[in-house]
Design a protein around this ligand. Sequence first.
Ligand code: SF4
Ligand code: SF4
Length: 213
Amino acid sequence: MAEEPKDTKPGFLNPVAGFGVTFKAMFKKRLTEQYPEQQKTTAPRFHGRHQLNRHPDGLEKCVGCELCAWACPADAIYVEGADNTEEERYSPGERYGRVYQINYARCILCGLCIEACPTRALTMTNEFELADSSRANLIYTKEQLLAGLEEGMVEAPHAMYPGTDEQDYYRGLVTEAAPGTERQDAPSKGEVVQEAESTFGPEEPASEKVIGR
Ligand code: SF4
Ligand code: SF4
């Protein structure tokens, strides 16, 4: 049986020996961060809250393809695509993301979704303060994720820059909204389409309309 090493310290030092570690730590550089009073700057390529980007004229880059949702290992993304029309256009191509949600109760901020996005519509910001006490509040909607309007942009829906196609948008040839671009009505979101006033006087009484045979 191995012999136990002898304690060579005088016995009266035993009660204070444990404080040696504390004493040494007093002269080391402190690692405590004074968050949230002092915010730490994140690394430039930090994976924070997502953002849905716009083209320079304000149209949305998302085409509702759902590739981000399929790439997500945590099943945190929900997308519903829809068709653009000339009367209600949100993106330059055929389709746009009508519904877009990210559930931050599930998201592990891995970034696989932004790698999968073919249009660079989805990127990640440096924002990391995502905690909340409500599960419902952790589901971010398209309206929350969509980037704000910058100079030269007009809020979608609106027409594409005249004389361009979606390829021109992806090549970066469109740099701002065309002069006179106006936001369209959005019936799909419950907005009432403004009908032009009739030049033939008031409508006929409803009772005289043929509504079926
Ligand atoms: S960062 Fe990762 S976990 Fe979060 S939504 Fe994207 S793919 Fe899913
Ligand atoms: S964010 Fe990108 S990958 Fe996701 S639906 Fe939109 S275009 Fe597709």
